[in-house]
Design a protein. Structure first.
Length: 384
């Protein structure tokens, strides 16, 4: 028979219950007890007690009563996120933890954190933050608490029982062929024109374009290899490998883009020669005017200004990626080809992101089917 036993008693109010769990005896022969308060109905308390007893039977220890949520979040960042995620991801998580989660929840004991505490934080955060931002806080907190469960610090993840704010889907902005033409006309004399033209012609991410080297460009084979990306972290630009194997890929390019890049490379070689330095294969395709890695922030700000002057206010550089995908779909390119070009995790993801465009193509698809299928004929039926 198991030595693990538990009891429930009402304490401190109508919806407050104390769990008493006996886990055996200590070295001195005295019984070991674990006390925990659960707020809610008696049924809620029974479920929590059952989960803890099951976990204890499986060898999961009772969490320490002294560890706070803030201490656990710090341990999670340093012991898990820092060793398994990119520095960019670590920075993002750390900002959320230090500026939002710890100020609101960090003082609470980890083992006493409950759904009411978390739901209350979300409600208060929504007074000043968007639903999408608070939903991201929920994902970070849930991951940290999931780690606590795996470490045996919690019997269950209370964030999984909370309903976070539902973010509104962002309206995807894509440009029509006429708008693309207007944008490129406005950017023609800009230093960033080659980058903008290549972005709308390939669908590559900004970081992928800024990390592109001349050795990655095969203008004869009409292909581009994505092998490194450029990010700016804490004011310093950094080159690194793509995040996933899907992101590390070879994509095809149009003959027009290949011809453009040949001319652009000739211009860059001439400029480098005038400065007494060769254009090496490992030289970046797009650099600042000082031949240093380009600042992503400067690119985004300049592009925003150019788009506004072209009559396209609110259009972001990233929208060129969406434009590439939407124009490709409208030209009948298979979604799998587009998914591979974009470096998406799956074709299903691509179909989901651009479902509104695909839905709008049904009329055209039926019109094409109408052209190849013969007309039907009706038979006169007589009653027998």
């Amino acid at each position: 028979m198991s030595s693990v036993k538990g009891y429930i008693r009402q304490r401190g109010g109508k919806n407050s219950w104390q769990l008493q769990i006996y886990t055996g005896t200590g070295p001195d022969g005295k019984p070991l007890r674990h006390y925990e308060t659960v707020r809610g109905s008696k049924g809620d308390a029974r479920r929590v007690l059952h989960e803890k007893l099951v976990n204890l039977e499986k060898g999961v220890p009772v969490p320490s009563g002294n560890l706070t949520v803030g201490e656990h979040l710090h341990n999670w960042l340093q012991g898990y996120v820092k060793t398994r995620c990119s520095l960019r991801t670590l920075d993002g998580y750390q900002s959320i933890v230090e500026h939002h989660l710890i100020p609101a929840l960090g003082h609470l004991k980890l083992k006493r954190l409950n759904t009411q505490d978390i739901q209350g934080y979300y409600a208060k955060a929504r007074e000043r933050l968007s639903a999408r931002t608070v939903h991201h806080h929920h994902r970070v907190l849930s991951q940290a608490l999931k780690y606590a469960v795996r470490q045996g610090l919690l019997g269950r993840n209370p964030a999984e029982l909370v309903d976070p704010p539902s973010p509104r889907g962002k309206t995807m902005r894509t440009l029509t062929p006429g708008e693309v033409k207007a944008l490129l006309e406005k950017a023609r004399d800009s230093y960033y024109y080659p980058l903008i033209y290549m972005a709308v012609s390939t669908g590559l991410r900004q970081a992928e374009l800024l990390g592109l080297r001349w050795r990655d460009v095969d203008d004869l084979g009409l292909s581009i290899s994505v092998s490194q990306v450029l990010y700016k972290r804490r004011g310093v630009t950094q080159l690194k490998e793509p995040k996933t194997s899907r992101s590390r890929r070879r994509v095809k390019m149009t003959p027009k883009l290949a011809e453009f890049l040949r001319d652009y490379r000739a211009e860059r070689e001439s400029l480098y020669w005038q400065l007494g330095k060769p254009l090496a294969l490992d030289s970046l395709v797009f650099t600042s005017t000082a031949f240093q890695p380009m600042n992503p922030g400067n690119l985004s700000r300049t592009f925003s200004t150019l788009a506004k002057e072209a009559g396209l206010p609110g259009v972001r550089f990233h929208d060129l990626r969406h434009t590439f995908a939407s124009l490709s779909l409208l030209q009948g390119v298979h979604p799998k080809i587009i998914s591979e070009a974009l470096g998406h995790s799956s074709v299903a993801f691509t179909m989901d992101v651009y479902s509104h465009i695909i839905a709008g193509m049904q009329d055209d698809a039926m019109a094409r089917l109408n052209e190849v299928l013969p007309e039907g004929f009706s038979r006169k039926l007589t009653a027998k």
